[in-house]
Design a binder for this molecule. Structure first.
Ligand SMILES: Nc1ncnc2c1ncn2[C@@H]1O[C@H](COP(=O)(O)OP(=O)(O)OP(=O)(O)O)[C@@H](O)[C@H]1O
Length: 690
């Protein structure tokens, strides 16, 4: 008391404060511990919730493919969470879904693993303590415990990676199914259908849908499955380990440690590059390179005949160089980032943590009674293990930001695909238009929309023919096709002959007027280079039917053979080894053979209308006449584009484009027209002589 009264006033105050502090120490410690838990949760939430940057907001429809040459920034922000939310609704459709169940299993396993780690930390301390104290029996007993705990520990780890992989596959399956449904399935013949065509022909946003559907969805799913473990588990670990640590070393040490971590993590975040943007860019560049390789194998014959190897090589090298340059740039950034990460998380935190672990060795903490060498060693070993696990967990929360940024990259790619498909289904396209397309009358036509009605006959009333680039080929086209009255369509190249069929097939939008047409199942298109599917010889004839559908229609292989006889192709069945042989038919059949197979397909399906776009250009004239007559006998009405006068006689009507936006639609008198043609040729010959 005398000593106390001798103190100066400021010293007195400090002494009083210390006394009060010691009196309330348990309360202070509890408050600090809960404060710490609150801090971990809020900082993690703030860190992961992301902010909406004005840049990302303005590009909320953001794509990774730059439109203006500059890459768009993909960040962990509001836009990312909105996109992720939309995708999550697809991959986890309900709380009772398989994915939700897997997620629950995953969470339970994660908690179980943390509980095991806590037990192992304490056991580790006990083993060392029994060693220091020389307690042989205790030591052996602890080793047995150690071996026993290894059983659930290894079991949990295997299960964790198994469930996580299952989750990734489940996400991928859901997402792929949804994308394929929209890409190929939904919408059918209506304006919402044919998304796969519109995406590549009417819109500029998606450069390589194949890469997005296969690679990007897979990467997204793997990242999403891992991100849960990478974020939820470390957060849980940080809380549990530190709670335990605060019990062992006192909450004050933890408080100082927290401030230290806060400062260093702010530093780490400041030096973190935009990994999300890089991931999205890498995916886009890899997709582009793959597409170029795909084109080369697709058109290998054309390139080989042209000797275009050097040009193709340069193209491939350019694409590859762009990809490598980007990857190297990212690698350099990663190198710096890893240095900072390793230095801060492992070494700085590690040394500071060791000091915190030593607290109970140098200071007597309230509530801890035994203070012998064994207890001190046990405490130190347990705390060090807890601290290592805790700093590892904090580190993983930090790393998870990087994982999250990468997930943001793949999320942007996947949602770009989903958003663009949704736009395309609504008829909203983004495509570079020809200059002046939006002005004056051109603009008025582009802003308009026509009507489409289902009908037995085909007719166009004042329908403009507009290319996806906004180029108006014909301002207002009117014509009709009556059943049995074949229509011939002629005109210069690029006048819009095939475009007419694209409107008829529902591939291009109708910008005005009225289109009446039967459902797509009632007409078939035979182009100059017919499409041959992957499959058997039978599949080529019955495409898009399956063999099952063919049989259910009561068609036999013998009847299919009759169809091949009509096009003088029956020998091919024997030559190729039967109906069930599978080949790359594109390479096996000649150009003329392919056209004949397409005609055989027409005779198998016997639709009401057939669109022939230079469909006989590679078959001999006598064969061409035979096939036309067969079609007429079967009651198929033809819409033919051909430059061959030999075909005129089969047609009743003619639609002639002049190539300047004008056209004539009239009856076709083949004899008169042939006579006129001959007269014209004579006059031209005479003019030449002159
Ligand atoms: N997917 C597309 N995107 C943009 N423009 C297109 C597209 N398809 C065709 N075009 C353009 O539409 C115009 C008309 O093409 P179309 O195929 O109808 O010509 P065509 O009269 O059939 O010519 P040809 O006799 O050479 O086959 C052409 O200028 C072509 O460049």
């Amino acid at each position: 008391m005398a000593a106390f009264s001798k103190l100066r006033p400021s010293e007195k105050q400090i002494a009083q404060l210390t006394k009060a502090y010691l009196r309330h120490q348990p309360l202070v410690q509890r408050s600090l511990t809960f404060g710490f838990i609150f801090y971990v949760l809020t900082t993690t939430y703030r860190g992961l919730a992301g902010r909406s940057s004005p840049r990302s907001k303005s590009k909320s429809k953001g794509t990774s493919d730059a439109k203006d040459g500059k890459p768009q920034r993909v960040a962990v922000d509001e836009v990312f969470y909105k996109r992720l939310g939309a995708i999550l609704r697809i991959v986890i459709p309900s709380l009772r879904s398989k994915e939700a169940l897997l997620l629950l299993m995953h969470s339970s396993l994660l908690i179980f693993r943390t509980a095991i780690s806590l037990y192992v930390a304490a056991l580790d301390g006990k083993i060392v303590a029994s060693l220091v104290r020389g307690q042989t029996v205790q030591f052996l007993l602890n080793i047995v415990r150690w071996l026993l705990v290894a059983i659930p520990a290894t079991w949990t780890n295997s299960w964790l990676s198994y469930v996580q992989n299952k989750l990734a596959i489940a996400y991928r399956t859901r997402l792929t199914k949804e994308v394929i449904k929209q890409y190929l399935g939904e919408g059918g013949e209506g304006p919402e259908g044919k998304v796969y065509y519109k995406l590549s022909n009417l819109d500029d946003r998606i450069k390589n849908p194949d890469q997005m559907i296969t690679h990007d969805i897979q990467r997204f799913s793997t990242h999403l499955a891992a991100i849960y473990a990478n974020i939820a588990k470390p957060i849980l670990d940080v809380i549990l380990y530190n709670y335990q640590l605060s019990q062992n070393v006192g909450a004050e040490g933890l408080f100082v440690l927290t401030i230290f971590i806060q400062l260093s993590s702010a530093l780490l975040r400041a030096v973190t590059p935009s990994f999300g943007t890089y991931t999205a860019q890498s995916a886009a560049l890899a997709g582009s390179l793959r597409h170029t390789h795909f084109r080369l194998s697709e058109f290998s014959e054309e390139v080989a005949f042209f000797g275009g190897e050097e040009a193709e090589k340069q193209l491939l090298e350019r694409e590859y160089a762009a990809l490598v340059k980007h990857e190297e740039n990212v690698m350099t950034k990663r190198w710096w980032y890893f240095c900072a990460e390793e230095g801060i998380i492992k070494w700085l935190w590690g040394s500071f943590g060791l000091m915190v672990c030593a607290i109970p060795v140098f200071f007597k903490l309230p509530g801890i009674s035994s203070f012998d060498l064994g207890s001190r060693t046990e405490g130190f070993v347990t705390n060090r293990r807890l601290l290592l696990s805790s700093s590892d967990a904090i580190g993983r929360v930090m790393y998870s930001y990087k994982d999250l940024a990468e997930l943001a990259g793949y999320t942007s790619r996947v949602s770009q695909l989903l958003d663009t498909m949704a736009d395309v289904k609504k008829g909203k396209f983004e495509k570079a238009l020809v200059s002046g397309a939006r002005e004056g009358e051109n603009g008025r036509i582009l802003r308009g929309r026509g009507q489409v009605f289902e009908s037995e006959e085909i007719s166009f009333e004042n329908v403009p023919i507009v290319t996806p680039n906004g180029d108006i080929l014909v301002k207002s086209l009117s014509f009709y096709v009556r059943p049995g009255k074949h229509l011939l369509i002629v005109g210069p190249n690029g006048a819009g002959k095939s475009s007419l069929f694209r409107i008829l097939g529902g591939l291009w939008p109708v910008y005005g007027g009225i289109v009446r047409k039967p459902p797509a199942s009632e007409f078939i298109l035979i182009p100059q280079r017919p499409y041959l599917t992957v499959g058997t010889l039978r599949d080529q004839i019955i495409y898009p039917h399956s063999e099952k559908e063919m049989r259910s229609r009561g068609v036999t292989d013998e009847e299919l053979l009759k169809v091949l006889v009509m096009v003088q192709m029956d020998h091919i069945v024997e030559r190729e080894g039967g109906w069930d042989v599978t080949r790359e038919w594109r390479d096996t059949l000649s150009g003329g053979d392919k056209q004949k197979v397409a005609w055989a397909r027409l005779f198998y399906h016997q639709p009401k209308y057939a669109i022939l776009d230079e469909a006989t250009s590679l078959v001999p004239p006598d064969m061409e006449g035979l096939m036309m007559e067969h079609a007429t006998e079967m009651g198929i009405t033809l819409l033919t584009v051909s430059h061959r006068p030999s075909l005129w006689k089969y047609h009743s009507m003619i639609l002639q484009y002049d190539g300047q936006g004008g056209y004539v639609f009239t009856k076709l008198d083949a004899e008169k027209r042939l006579a006129l043609q001959e007269e014209k040729q004579d006059l031209e010959a005479k003019l030449l002589e002159l």
